[in-house]
Design a binder for this molecule. Structure first.
Ligand code: NAD
Length: 478
């Protein structure tokens, strides 16, 4: 079956960007062929998006708010279907695919912003002049999403973009376009103007054409740093502004006063188990105070041992495959290199799973102890179920190791000392710090990176403002 693009409210199966054979990572089998957008379809999508933007802005704010709430209601009715498509997309376990709910939550949150003030007025020098600071939509924005967390990223970008008054050309990864395409259909079913949300699966060529298109006024990119560099070069063509949500190598600090049982559970799920380590929010460097190191490692490994590995559609399964054969090869090579360079001590895992899982891309949860933070293992985003554990002597050393990376997306702190939690959180170079807490993405909290983890934010008022540009209007009162 060929899965088509969604442009101007129509499904298109004949496209100029070629096609991609979608492989289900749990079985290595091909289920669908995905039509890819070429520059012609991107151009059509941008043109229809501008028409839809004008139609959207012609509606009253009450109407736009209500339509986004209607869309949230429709998403709610289709949560099970969207969660199943999320599994089809990249074999994330259905037990985790509840991220479909994020789509609804982001839509409801941002619907509330449509009719709230976006601007301000300010006194100006020596007159009764009125000075208005207005925030206006860009018009048409390009949103480029990764294959992992595809629906969550879609939710966090499309909802604020629409609430701000923009139309969207959404380019999901060719590896995981299914849930995003269904979401595009739901936008139409909810009565949004055709073309307000276009969904154009594509790879690098289609993404590049989108970023270079003169009709795209802002790009919201989520993905890896290497791709971000290409996106920034392409965006230089028209000096298009870019938001970049990139990868991480997040540290998880376990202090001696932490509840070690809770810390072990959190560290396992936030580490190698969550989406098989394929999450930007993965805490892949676990830093443990030397006095509790051995106790923590025992508890941590026993939680890892309880992971239910298997068919992602089985609700009891918590650990699935990685995205592709090439990702599996890359992750196994990283593990081999870490072993041969003695980056740390391999405590568990390290192999591809066989038996009835052999055709899927399953890699054992893999844990290295006593890792050198200067090693490639500790410095490179593995994007697989591989974590490093290291010792620290005191708070200052913990913070130093945590910050000793080019990344700065998340950091995690396990402690029962509130003053220490606060002090350490302030010293960590990360866009989000989670204290005794998982990375629970929510529409209310701005999310994004420090350093090479990116710039710009999704979520909260900050996430809305990424999709608004500022205009100052001064009215003379002579
Ligand atoms: P990727 O960089 O390979 O691809 C991201 C997107 O960019 C895809 O849609 C891809 O098709 C597109 N693309 C590829 N080449 C392009 C080009 N030249 N021009 C324009 N678009 C292009 O990343 P991925 O493998 O899909 O996702 C994994 C990465 O994403 C990891 O680094 C992960 O940490 C990061 N990520 C970050 C967040 C966040 O919120 N910070 C969330 C999820 C994933």
């Amino acid at each position: 079956m060929t899965v088509g693009l969604l442009v101007g409210g129509e499904r298109i199966t004949q496209s100029t960007g070629g096609s991609h054979e979608h492989i289900y990572p749990a079985t290595g089998q091909s289920n669908e062929t995905v039509a890819l957008a070429g520059s012609q379809e991107i151009d059509r999508a941008v043109t229809s998006a501008w028409e839809a933007h004008r139609a959207w802005m012609a509606l009253t704010v009450d109407r736009r708010r209500d339509m986004l709430i209607d869309l949230a209601d429709l998403v709610h009715e289709h949560l099970d279907e969207l969660a199943r498509l999320n599994v089809d997309d990249y074999a994330v376990p259905i037990s985790f695919a509840g991220t479909a709910l994020l789509l609804e939550r982001f839509l409801r949150h941002y619907a509330g912003y449509v009719d709230k003030p976006h601007g301000a007025s300010t006194p100006v020098n020596g007159s009764f002049d009125v000075n208005l600071i207005e925030r206006e939509p860009y018009g048409v924005v390009g949103v480029i999403t990764p294959w992992n967390g595809a629906l969550a990223v879609t939710a966090s970008c499309v909802a604020p973009a629409l609430a701000a008054g923009n139309a969207v050309v959404l380019k999901p990864s060719e590896l995981a376009p299914l849930a995003a395409l269904r979401f595009g259909e739901l936008c139409l079913e909810a009565g949004l103007p055709p073309g307000l949300v276009n969904v154009v699966p594509a790879g690098a060529a289609g993404g590049d054409a989108l970023v270079r298109h003169a009709g795209i006024r802002k790009v919201h990119f989520t993905g890896g740093g290497a791709t971000a560099r290409k996106v920034l070069e392409a965006a230089a063509t028209n000096l298009t502004p870019v938001v970049a949500e990139l990868g991480g190598k997040s540290a998880n600090l376990i202090f001696e006063d932490a509840d070690l049982d809770a810390a072990a559970v959190l560290s396992a799920h936030q580490g190698p188990l969550m989406q098989s380590g394929q999450s930007c929010a993965c805490a892949s460097r676990i830093l443990v105070h030397e006095s509790v190191y051995d106790t923590f490692v025992d508890k941590f490994l026993s939680v890892i041992g309880t992971a239910q590995v298997g068919d992602p559609m089985d609700p009891a399964v918590s650990f699935g495959p990685v995205i592709s054969q090439s990702a599996a090869d890359r992750i196994l090579a990283t593990i081999d290199e870490a072993v041969s360079h003695r980056a740390g001590e391999l405590l568990v895992g390290g192999k591809r799973l066989g038996g009835k899982l052999a055709r899927g891309y399953y890699i054992e949860p893999t844990v290295f102890g006593a890792v050198d933070n200067a090693s490639a293992l500790a410095q490179t985003e593995t994007f697989g179920p591989v974590v490093s554990i290291m010792r620290f002597r005191d708070d200052a050393e913990a913070v130093r190791i945590a910050n000793d990376t080019v990344y700065g997306l998340n950091a995690f702190v396990q402690t029962n000392d509130l003053a220490r939690a606060h002090r350490v959180a302030r010293q960590l170079e990360a866009g989000s710090v989670w204290i005794n807490q998982f990375s629970d993405m929510s529409p209310q909290g701005p999310y994004g990176g420090y350093k090479q983890s990116g710039f710009g934010r999704t979520g909260g008022a900050e996430g809305l403002h990424e999709f608004l540009q500022i205009k100052n209007i001064r009215i003379g009162m002579r």
